[in-house]
Design a protein. Sequence first.
Length: 359
Amino acid sequence: MAASSPNEESTLSRAEFPLPRVPVILGPMAGGAGTPALAAAVSNAGGLGFLAAGYKNAAKLGEQIDQLRQLTSADFGVNLFVPEIDEPDPAGVRAYRERISTTAHELGAEPGDPLWTDDDWEAKVALLLADPVPVVSFTFGCPPADVVSSLHDVGSAVVGTVTGVAEAEQAQAAGVDALCVQGSEAGGHQASFNDAEERTTPLVDLLTAVRRRSSLPLIGAGGVMNAEHVRAVLDAGAVAAQLGTAFLRAAESGANPGHKDALVDPRYSETAVTRAFSGRRARGLVNSFMREHDAQAPANYPHVHYLTAPLRAAAGKAGDIDRLNLWAGTRHELAEARPAGEIVAAVADRLATQSDRGQ
Ligand SMILES: Cc1cc2nc3c(=O)[nH]c(=O)nc-3n(C[C@H](O)[C@H](O)[C@H](O)COP(=O)(O)O)c2cc1C
């Protein structure tokens, strides 16, 4: 890759990304959908399960890793948010607080305190160094090279999530072992290192562009729901696909039941990218909250995330899906309500049939 000369390359430590038997990786899903049971079910079926560490402190993450290890002896990964500096304009955040207050009050909640945290970054990295896991992936930024090399020292493979060629070059220069390439179809937050511009490149185009510049194993994420989509991602040069929305309705998913239903409800047929819920661009089903507040939402993550947190929690409890963040990829209507192991097995069977037929 252009970003690093052969000499620089040779100074980087490496680990091998453990390619699962079935080229299906569970997209890490912070905020409740991703559970140890879901990760275990995917790993046990021959895919690669992931635990999301985002929004959890290190102690909670440690507990979930222990639970996951009780449920599987197969490989799995843990995903961390790279903290980013956010210096909000206090007037903008105050105005947004006022704007969403009525909705919060209707739900019997108050807006939360807008704050910045590093999501317990140091403690979570320390935990993963003290008690290593097979794979660690990162989103929202480039993992620092010293963290990557410390993870290699303890035997973990490192994946950087990227949304463009420049980010891919940066992650490769930091020493990652594989790139998770996130196309614009993806549900949840855009993984971009910088949230200034919306990412609009579809997955296959992005994979093709990154493939030209990197020989690292690529994982394709965004809008992949079935074997045909996995095949398209493999044909575009990836070694595996990462699926989030396809597992949201799985039996082991911790997603809110209203969210699970909305994915296949024709009243919520459209998705859009919005900062209304968290201050960072994320794709979800279009609902009333998104329609009402999207245009005024300040670009302040995580401040806006904390501001809307009590409102989202109350909406979740009340099953009020018009006020809940309904993260979803563009092909959400194909999400199936069945055990996650069956979702992985269906992809594996269909891929095997296709290759038997020489397709
Ligand atoms: C509810 C939800 C939460 C997510 N949380 C995370 C996360 O914590 N870390 C991450 O790297 N990606 C996260 N993502 C992105 C997924 O890991 C995955 O890349 C994405 O869902 C792929 O697109 P798809 O939803 O169309 O399958 C999330 C996606 C969803 C739907």
